[in-house]
Design a protein around this ligand. Structure first.
Ligand code: NAD
Length: 315
């Protein structure tokens, strides 16, 4: 190649960068009910990269989320880097604890927070998405619930433990099971996990630590199964602490954020956007050989073996 041509092609490569381009891809993000959590941040990053956004919102939170969205309450947080606003093409009511209508108990069916919505079990949502759009490319699981999260594991009931695993781990298996048939080959799935799966975090109780351990193990097994069956990648992001609605319900998130700031290798605030951008990378062809992985987005806190702010160290 002549010298000038070589220079030209390399400089045009540089000016184009290495973009995350998700134009033409469609994402379904389960677990968005406000603009504070990781699900919203992931939607933002995927939208910034050009993906079409569908979200699944927990049925009891649906009304307030849709009203807030319509009234412009989220407009500031909908802003994308190019100045446009993120569009959510459709919001689907979802309760990921129920796989199909036969599983829904009568008291839930009769509950007024559920009565106004329909087709919100995992199977029905996947069917509705199929009818609406045919296929998706990206599936995100950004939801968790542990009714006894404030109880130590030693004091957790069987019911509470199984509820945590049902809402926070099996829900991912169910989503993948039902969405896999409508996922385009080369597609990507991402869930959110937490370091309490592998290190003891007192206060993250009720079986939530067990649920996250299951989610990470399932990530590996499902990566194999979905990879062989549909050429789909399965990864999970182990995220550092964020003051989301779910995290605030646990009760000590501000302290955990402070602990992370003081003790992590990178002493900076962890932005939800950093998790969102990692999800966009994982969803993109740039991550085409990454599957079955737990990716840490936590300013490196998981690598530390010593709490630098421990009073013991100052004596
Ligand atoms: P969040 O409140 O934004 O998200 C949790 C969502 O789960 C909510 O929208 C809630 O409505 C939904 N949900 C609960 N039960 C559901 C059900 N049965 N069906 C459908 N949706 C249901 O809070 P977040 O902290 O951003 O949580 C998102 C994910 O990130 C969770 O998996 C969480 O464990 C994980 N995570 C959070 C942190 C943190 O510090 N916030 C750290 C690591 C991992």
């Amino acid at each position: 190649m002549p010298e000038t041509a070589r220079i030209k092609s390399s400089s045009s490569f540089i000016s184009q960068g290495l973009p995350i381009d998700l134009r033409g891809k469609r994402a379904f993000i389960a677990g968005v009910a406000d603009d504070n959590g990781y699900g919203w941040a992931i939607a933002q990053s995927l939208a910034a990269a050009g993906a079409e956004i569908l979200v699944g919102t927990w049925v009891p939170a649906l009304n307030i989320f849709e009203t807030s969205l319509r009234r412009g309450k989220f407009d500031e947080s909908r802003k994308l880097p190019d100045g446009s606003l993120m569009e959510i093409t459709k919001v689907y009511p979802l309760d990921a604890v129920y796989d199909s209508p036969e599983d829904v108990p009568d008291d839930v069916k009769a509950n007024k927070r559920y009565a106004g919505s329909s087709n919100w079990t995992v199977k029905e949502v996947a069917e509705t998405v199929k009818n609406d759009f045919g296929t998706i490319d990206i599936l995100v699981h950004s939801l968790a619930n542990g009714p006894e999260v404030k109880s130590p594991l030693l004091e957790t009931s069987r019911k509470g433990y199984l509820a945590a695993v049902s809402a926070s781990s099996y829900s991912f298996i169910s989503l993948l099971q039902h969405f896999l048939p409508i996922m385009n080959p080369g597609g990507s799935t991402i869930s959110l996990t937490y370091i309490a799966s592998e290190r003891t975090i007192p206060g993250y109780g009720g079986g939530m630590s067990s649920a996250k351990a299951a989610l990470e193990s399932d990530t590996r097994v499902l990566a194999y199964e979905a990879g062989r069956r549909g050429k789909i990648r399965v990864n999970t992001i182990s995220a550092g602490p964020l003051g989301s609605r779910a995290a605030k319900a646990i009760g000590f998130i501000e302290k955990i954020i402070e602990y992370s700031y003081v003790n992590a290798p990178l002493q900076k605030e962890l932005l939800a956007e950093e998790v969102g951008n990692t999800a966009a990378f994982l969803a993109s062809p740039l991550a085409s050989a990454i599957t079955g992985s737990t990716i840490y987005v936590d300013n490196g806190l998981n690598t530390m073996g010593l709490a630098l702010d421990s009073p013991t160290l100052s004596t």
